[in-house]
Design a protein around this ligand. Sequence first.
Ligand SMILES: O=P(O)(O)OC[C@H](O)CO
Ligand SMILES: [Mg+2]
Length: 243
Amino acid sequence: MAKLLGEAPARLSRPSISHVIFDMDGLLLDTEKFYTEVQEIILARYDKTFDWSLKAKMMGKKAIEAAHVFVEESGISESLSPQQFLQEREAMLQKLFPTSQLMPGAAALVRHLGANGIPICVATGSQRSHFELKTQRHGDVFSLMNHIVLGDDPEVKQGKPSPDVFLAAAGRFEGGGPADRRSILVFEDAPSGVTAAKNAGMSVVMVPDPRLDSSFHQMADQVVESLLDFDPAEWGLPPFCKD
Ligand SMILES: O=P(O)(O)OC[C@H](O)CO
Ligand SMILES: [Mg+2]
């Protein structure tokens, strides 16, 4: 099976990458499954099914923005407000988040780029309280980041697909980051995140969940099945050492 799922037509003009920004949920950490699980439980109470077309519209967004999508798109806004939805899922999420695991290939890629002096950071829609719970067992990886920009950062006025979180992340690299934003490579799993990175003028590798409709792959510059399949050398980044 091909590990490279897609390639944008502009492959030959691919820029050389100097800086890397990682998304967190569903990209570095396997936390998207927790959101799916609790949202399935909540919708089941209304005799409704949580499916991947709704998931695609929610993932990557700030909590309150995703909550509006959830109650409106599922047709339960008369019974449950976005705020009530967030309160209800919070208790379940707080139990699940500390069990978060790294996605395949995440630790190796972060360590490789860090060891080779590539400036790296995280840009997530996740709020600080959730970030702390999700990363409590993964300080060794997250401590390698130059900085981490969270969804409740004052500079992030709007969540993804707004470019705010990626522009804030770029601006916090030494010297304000590279002038040519295309030389920043963003790793993302969510449609809203890929759009946000493109809105910020950056290059994007998408690592989508296989259940996500492939029409969402189109905006990404490259689509891979797993971080294990990413080849840094294709982007002018230091190559992995061959054993
Ligand atoms: O994918 P992230 O890291 O931007 O997180 C967004 C939400 O917390 C979950 O969809
Ligand atoms: Mg994500």
